[in-house]
Design a binder for this molecule. Structure first.
Ligand code: RB5
Length: 171
């Protein structure tokens, strides 16, 4: 699997450590920048990684800025990207299982290297479980395409199963 990396100058401190770690787990990695300590803008790298994942050149993306927020917002503006900022392993894992996230973001000023590695491992190793989550992910795509008709069809395509909220407690 190929993983695209990107960061701004603040995320640069953590990025090489995480890239090395991901490589050691057996993934192919590529750095879309930044590669210098000079001040730069996180949207540049959020967009680069988002496009690389959305066009299928890379399977997943990992982006880092000071908080993870700015660069995740940038990646999320690319059609087809579902990016999440995570500073805990549970959210990282569930974001893949339920939301089928394809870009992970975190903040180099928020998480340390060891926690970041755990977050990344949980995210990379989790699998999308589909099922009842498929309609919701399709609803996200309908919002993204501003397709209100599709969204309405999806919303009314299935009765809400009130039991489902209890199903995941074993995770
Ligand atoms: C840069 O100072 C900082 O704003 C950036 O790294 C990031 O935290 C933005 O969300």
């Amino acid at each position: 699997m190929k993983i695209a990396f990107g960061s701004d100058h603040v995320g640069l401190e953590l990025k090489p450590t995480i890239m090395e770690y991901v490589k050691s787990l057996g993934y192919e990695v590529y750095d879309f920048g930044t590669k210098s300590n000079e001040r730069t803008d996180y949207p540049i790298y959020g967009q680069k990684v988002g496009k690389a994942v959305a066009n299928g050149d890379y399977d997943l993306g990992i982006v880092i800025c000071g908080t993870g927020v700015g660069i995740s917002l940038a990646a999320n503006k690319v059609k087809g990207i579902r990016a999440c900022v995570c500073s805990d392993c549970y959210s990282a894992k569930l974001s893949r299982m339920h939301n089928n996230t394809n870009v992970l973001a975190f903040g180099s000023r928020v998480v340390g290297p060891e926690l970041a590695k755990m977050i990344v491992k949980n995210w990379l190793e989790a699998k999308y479980i589909g099922g009842r989550h498929e309609r919701r992910v399709e609803e996200l795509a309908a919002i993204e395409s501003d397709n209100e008709q599709k969204f309405d069809e999806l919303e009314h395509s299935k009765e809400f199963d009130g039991k489902e909220q209890f199903e995941d407690q074993s995770l």
